[in-house]
Ligand binder design. Structure first.
Ligand SMILES: [Zn+2]
Length: 320
């Protein structure tokens, strides 16, 4: 497959612009400057100003200027930004962002005016997926589904190292599909309390079962005790409980992911977000896919993200 070659260094790379990537997160803004061949030239992190939209615009324009002025391989730079939420294709304004001060704002238009150059912007889960598809755990794969398992559950799809976009700007948002609990083995299905309300207005969304808060809730409902997902999986709770929740989580993840595999059949699924750090998660999920996937065999690769926390900012840089 010729796909991998498309981003590899060539003689002409020195003439190509450097790439600035920015990951605008809820708590931090990460900035990265890569050469055309992917070498890290500059990186910086700072807290996200929470108070105002203008504060965020100022912080972004300052970090872009600093990255542009840092030593590079080229006189010119491209700029890519990953954001929570998405830009409405109807209005051009931001929506669905948990950094709420940017909702309803023309973030892309305002930044382009300040920087006086075109900027590309994408959802942070899309940037994560792109990064892993270009030179991460999904490098060389044709169709990559990137999954965020964290405070929320999101995802993105890359086909031949390009982010898939749809008319509603929601490609990969599998976290707000229904978790089909009826498909679980009877003894498991009957042990779970259904009807989890999701902030989106529906109940039993995949996110309500596979997010960190979802794991915490499962633990509370089964054991009667409180613990965060981190405490549960880092071993701060009795081993038997930890194992029980791990097995259940992997079964639910396999069930949830089977709905994606049956539709797009990705070559690989890359796991990111805080919960992806659970040891052995990817192997256990793969071993549980078979009963739920409409196929006599499972060739899908499920892997942990290669670039971890840095995937978002790297993917933003690769938007050009
Ligand atoms: Zn939902």
């Amino acid at each position: 497959m010729a796909l991998e070659a498309s981003r590899e260094p060539t003689e002409a790379s020195a003439q190509l612009p450097d790439r600035i990537g920015i990951d605008l997160g809820g708590t931090k803004i990460a900035t990265l400057k890569l050469s055309a061949t992917g070498k890290v030239l500059y990186q910086q992190r700072q807290a996200t100003p929470q108070a105002s939209y203008q504060g965020i615009l100022d912080a972004l324009s300052k970090t872009i200027t600093a990255a542009q002025q840092a030593a590079g391989s080229s006189q010119t730079t491209t700029i890519g930004i990953g954001t929570p939420g998405a830009r409405s294709s109807k209005t051009g304004l931001m929506k669905n962002s948990n950094t709420t001060v940017i909702n309803g704002q023309d973030l892309l238009g305002d930044l382009e005016k300040i920087c006086q150059q075109p900027i590309r912007m994408a959802n942070d889960a899309d940037c994560f997926t792109l990064s892993e598809a270009v030179d991460g755990a999904g490098a060389g794969a044709d169709l990559v589904f990137g999954v965020i398992l964290g405070t929320g559950v999101g995802g993105g799809i890359c086909l031949q190292q390009r982010i898939a976009n749809g008319p509603n700007a929601i490609v990969g948002e599998w976290g707000h599909n229904l978790m089909p609990l009826d498909r679980l083995p009877q003894e498991l299905a009957s042990a779970l309390v259904r009807g989890r309300a999701c902030y989106c207005g529906k109940t039993d969304c995949i996110e309500t079962w596979l997010s960190g808060p979802g794991v915490s809730r499962t633990y509370r409902e089964i054991t009667g005790q409180s613990a965060t997902a981190l405490e549960i999986f880092s071993g701060s709770v009795p081993n038997t409980y930890r194992q029980m929740i791990f097995d259940l989580y992997c079964e639910l993840a396999a069930l949830g992911l089977s709905t994606v595999i049956n539709v797009i059949d990705p070559d690989c699924i890359i796991l990111g977000g805080g919960l992806s750090n659970i040891e052995g998660l990817n192997r256990e999920i793969v071993s549980r896919l078979s009963p739920y996937v409409f196929s006599d065999h499972i060739n899908t690769v499920v892997a942990k993200a290669k670039h971890g926390d840095a995937s978002g900012v790297r993917g933003a840089a690769w938007l050009w």
